[in-house]
Design a protein around this ligand. Structure first.
Ligand code: ADP
Ligand code: ASP
Ligand code: MG
Length: 439
């Protein structure tokens, strides 16, 4: 069995949905198709939820109506037969009625998750109606019946496996399944999600749960590029990445993959392919255990980083100091990305300000605290790069003019991370593109 995940732009226009129906029916192997919401929908739903939370119901109502009009236009071009048109209209009405009901009741965190779930529910149901119209046999698998997260928001791969296997067994005669990316149930049984971009994570979790032969991530670009194509003009696709390299790139800002989407595939040894819906014949990127080649593969940037420096002479010759510092971050469930130390100071980075005040307050007894907000982590990722002196030399030669706040080198053999003020992000990505890739 294989997994094919299509992102927002791949389903964002009726003709794209027609096109992906062609791609999924070409398959001879039984397939689970994971769909995102149509592009723009989740952003609109976030805005609707924010406005309801703020009490601005008029603004929320306006956004709901605008989005509904978009869906009516979408279905008018998606399906033709009167019976399909009626079905599609009924689906759109059902979900927008739901949003209009939420508008009238008092807001809660759980309701905001219900709002966000509407995008994937709509896209999968509409795709299913189109497949029916085309006489393509398939089965809609409700993700809310098998995707679950625990009290720490971690996916419960064991129970996902049990429930999904049972569902597939009940429909053993089917060869094509459609399910929602992104959405799941939390430990309280409420509708929840795997965070923005989470459909990739769904695809990889489903692939792991059923031991799929491959997890294909179909998107709007022909694979993982060597640099961020939104920022740098000339970028090229990378043919092969190891799971470790891909995980570093996803975590450090390569938007093509959700940050957590690699571990399930890696753990269950499922090859991942990044493919272009608009150019299905392009090779894309293969992600497997082996790196394939030595050297730098790609560069990524992670924004909105906060650097914290704790200076204290008490650190001199002391032990247990770092543990006490890290306990503060653990207490506030704030991941630390980069760490550098000297004998009298330690610098580290976090990517969320949500508990910054509390963290600073608890760190203050340890020494002087300095905070630099608005930083960017630049990660240079590849195979055996930190042991290859030629690569390290080239890397630093190409960015001599950029002020570097921190360097993380040697933590892993396939990543060198640099912390720079955010205003240097574009410049450093461009210089690395030239210096490291000759582009
Ligand atoms: P989808 O909606 O299919 O999930 P995303 O927008 O989440 O697609 O991811 C694809 C986008 O990721 C590309 O259009 C590209 O702009 C962006 N991106 C950022 N960094 C990279 C990279 N290194 N390689 C490829 N794409 C990247
Ligand atoms: N629709 C969700 C989002 O926009 C999930 C996804 O597209 O992967 O974040
Ligand atoms: Mg995405």
């Amino acid at each position: 069995m294989k997994i094919m995940k299509f992102g927002g732009t791949s389903v964002g226009k009726p003709e794209r949905m027609h096109h992906i129906a062609g791609l999924v029916t070409k398959e001879t192997e039984p397939t689970i198709v994971v769909l995102s919401a149509l592009s723009g929908t989740t952003n609109a739903l976030v805005e609707i939820g924010d406005n309801i939370a703020k009490g601005d119901r008029n603004a929320a109502k306006q956004s709901i109506d605008k989005l509904e009009a978009h869906y009516h236009d979408f279905i008018s071009r998606l399906v033709k037969k009167p019976a399909s048109v009626e079905k599609a209209k009924a689906v759109v009405s059902e979900h927008f009625e739901f949003l209009n009901i939420i508008l009238r009741i008092s807001f809660s965190e759980a309701l905001s998750k219900d709002i966000l779930a509407q995008g994937e529910l709509l896209s999968t149901k509409l795709f299913s109606i189109y497949l029916d119209e085309q006489g393509i046999d398939h089965m809609l698998l409700p993700a809310l019946e098998f995707m679950s997260i625990d009290t720490n928001d971690e996916p419960q791969i064991g129970s996902i496996k049990v429930r999904l296997t049972q569902l597939l067994k009940e429909h053993a005669n089917k060869k094509l399944f459609i399910t929602q990316g992104y959405i799941c149930r939390n430990a309280r049984g409420e509708v929840d999600n795997l965070k923005r971009g989470g459909s990739d994570y769904t695809a990889s979790l489903v692939a792991a749960a059923i031991q799929a032969s491959v997890c294909e991530i179909w998107t709007d670009i022909d694979g993982m590029h060597n640099n961020d194509p939104r920022i740098v003009n000339k970028t090229v696709p990378v043919e092969q990445l190891s799971f470790d390299e891909a995980a570093e790139l996803a975590y450090f800002g390569a938007k093509i993959l959700h940050p957590a989407s690699i571990w399930p595939a890696q753990m269950y040894k499922i090859p991942v392919k990044l493919l272009n819906t608009m150019q299905p014949e392009a090779k894309g990127t293969l992600i497997v255990e082996e790196a394939g080649s030595v050297g730098v593969k790609a560069v990524a940037a992670k924004d909105n980083i906060i650097a914290i420096r704790i200076k204290s002479s008490r650190m001199l010759l002391a032990y247990g100091f770092l543990r006490k510092i890290f306990e503060v971050f653990e207490k506030y469930r704030t991941p630390v990305d980069m760490v550098t130390t000297s004998e009298v100071a330690v610098s580290l980075t976090i990517d969320s300000t949500s508990n910054l005040k509390n963290i600073i307050k608890e760190l203050e007894p340890f020494g002087t605290i300095e905070i630099d907000e608005n930083q960017t982590i630049i990660s240079v990722v590849g195979n055996e790069i930190s042991q290859t002196s030629r690569i390290v030399k080239k890397l630093f030669e190409s960015i001599v003019n950029i002020p570097i706040r921190m360097v993380s080198y040697g933590g892993s053999p396939h990543n060198i991370s640099l912390l720079v003020p955010a205003e240097f992000k574009t410049q450093i990505l461009q210089q690395l593109n030239k210096g490291m890739f000759g582009l």
